[in-house]
Design a protein around this ligand. Structure first.
Ligand SMILES: [Zn+2]
Length: 533
């Protein structure tokens, strides 16, 4: 899914002043239903503009749209009005709605103020070139160099050049951004940005921190062993010798892309949905666009233009495991929104990211299921198991990274002095790879995603529970059982009205915890280990 509202552009101060003057004359200034209606209309227009730019190369209309809706995002009194409604509300569901709405408005309010800085950082990354001893490397090609070059010395040099560029040229913008974000959020009575996010998420951040500790602990042994054997096999290095600039090559491993041909990707998706009782071709509200246009973005994407009636999924079927996973992930989002049947804007369009990400992960993680890989993708057992072992390492590595990132962001936004020291410690602990302080200084602000980690972490946990329930109830072929489709449709119809924790309890779990996820990791580890001796 396209991360909504990610771009904000400069505002016209004069127009804002004018609007405030005009509005202040009216007696009944704000109407909640009108705010909701305009927020939804704004969201629709922004998403449509993204869609047209990414897929037809049309010029972006983002700043023009912001100007037309700026009364929503530049008027502090309007946000306070929504806040006052929230304070006076005792009904739990109404409170949740107002909470999501207020969170959305405040985030946009901040977005408008940091939009220019975000643009500058994006431009720097897109245009910068790093000068090395005898060669120039574009900043955006660094990852490719680290991934492709077998020359370890070269990888280290490229990585160091990138780090100093970030420290000197990019980080000052990030520091400024944090400062603006902090000052703005304090105006609304929150201690810091983390406190704000803690209040709009139903998950208590203190409990989520404990869950991250639990996840790091529960997955450490398997991750340690997989990393060790992969480092030895692919790089001939001991665990303690691996550095950041070696890591991209760990995941290069054995390529399985030939087993995931481009022309079989969309038919596999259609057949998988059909087995669950979903006829994609009959879903008028999902437009699956497979056309090959030069201006179309290569990565699969889902645009939620209007829920539930206008969802667009775009793909240029190139093939390769990653392309399959991305398309299935995006289709998970699409099905969730297309089946949403609640009337409230906040529960159709806003809500906790973890809910929709869990459904996206469920589809993406079909490629972490041995039975699916063998029976549906058509891999031999040997290939399936080798693929799975590599996929498990990548999955645990990224899960552990998000745990560290969440724990770090809480401290970063709280205004910790020298936050890179904490970043280094958490990163080393999560990834079992050494990081120097200058490296941490370079990366700690680049890493910050303003708590999007919360959605991913909750989705990881919820999806593992959901998948476990489906397998327990409907057996190893759960993915081709129409009852799976029935259960999913029921969950999807709720939109985002339920929180991740509530869904976990409704599935029969006592709480959201790491147990199901650990059981799945152990299962794959054992299953694939028999072949590795
Ligand atoms: Zn997603």
């Amino acid at each position: 899914m396209i991360k909504r509202f990610a771009v904000a552009h400069g505002i016209k101060t004069m127009a804002v002043l004018l609007l405030l003057v005009v509005f202040s004359c009216a007696r009944q200034k704000y109407d909640l239903e009108e705010i909701r209606r305009r927020a939804e209309a704004f969201d629709r227009e922004i998403t449509l503009s993204w869609y047209e730019t990414d897929n037809y190369g049309k010029p972006s209309r983002i700043s023009e749209i912001y100007e037309r809706y700026e009364d929503l995002f530049t008027d502090e009194a309007l946000i306070r009005f929504v806040g006052s409604k929230l304070e006076g509300q005792s009904d739990e569901l109404q409170r949740r709605r107002l909470n999501y709405l207020q969170g959305f408005l405040i985030d946009e309010f901040i977005g408008l103020r940091v939009g220019d800085l975000d643009d500058r950082v994006l431009d720097l990354q897109a245009q910068a070139t790093l000068s090395l001893a005898n060669q120039e490397v574009a900043f955006r090609d660094v990852y490719g160099e680290l991934f492709n070059s077998s020359d370890r010395q070269w990888r280290r040099q490229v990585h160091e050049a990138r780090s100093s560029f970030i420290r000197e040229r990019i980080n000052p913008h990030f520091m400024e951004r944090l400062k603006i974000q902090r000052e703005t959020i304090q105006k609304y009575g929150f201690k810091d940005y983390g406190d704000f996010q803690d209040q709009i998420h139903e998950a208590d951040f203190e409990k989520l921190s404990n869950l991250c500790e639990e996840l790091l602990y529960e997955t450490e042994l398997i991750y340690h062993r997989l990393l060790e054997e992969t480092a030895e096999r692919t790089l001939g290095l001991d665990l303690h010798e691996i550095r950041i600039y070696d890591r991209p090559r760990l995941f290069r491993g054995q390529s399985f892309d030939a087993h995931f041909p481009g022309d079989r990707m969309v038919p596999l998706l259609e057949n998988t949905l059909e087995d669950m009782g979903i006829q994609l071709e009959d879903q008028d509200n999902i437009d699956l666009d497979v056309e090959d246009r030069p201006e179309k973005e290569p990565r699969p994407a889902c645009y939620i233009i209007s829920v539930p009636d206008d969802i667009r999924v775009l793909v240029k079927p190139m093939g390769g495991a990653e392309d399959y996973e991305s398309l299935f992930h995006e289709m998970g989002h699409a099905q969730h929104y297309a089946h949403t049947a609640v009337p409230e804007f906040e529960f159709r369009v806003l809500g906790e990211d973890g809910v929709t990400e869990a459904y996206a992960f469920l589809f993406e993680n079909l490629f972490m299921d041995d039975v699916y890989l063998i029976e549906r993708v058509g891999l031999t057992e040997e290939t399936a198991l080798a693929y799975l072992r590599q996929a498990l390492l990548a999955d645990l590595s990224s899960l552990r990274y998000y745990c560290a990132l969440f724990l770090f962001e809480r401290q970063l936004h709280a205004g910790l002095e020298k936050p890179w020291q904490v970043y280094r410690d958490l990163w080393e602990r999560a990834r079992l790879t050494r990081m120097s302080l200058p490296e941490a200084q370079a990366d700690h602000l680049m890493a910050n995603e303003d708590f999007y980690s919360v959605g991913y972490l909750e989705a990881w946990l919820l999806e593992a529970q959901l998948r476990e329930i489906l397998r327990d109830r409907y057996g190893p072929q759960w993915f081709s059982d129409p009852r799976t489709g029935e259960l999913l449709k029921e969950l999807w119809s709720l939109g985002s009205a339920r929180t991740v924790s509530e869904l976990s309890r409704e599935l029969g779990y006592e709480r959201l915890n790491a147990a199901a996820l650990r059981r799945q990791a152990e299962r794959i580890y054992r299953l694939t280990g028999e072949h590795h001796g």
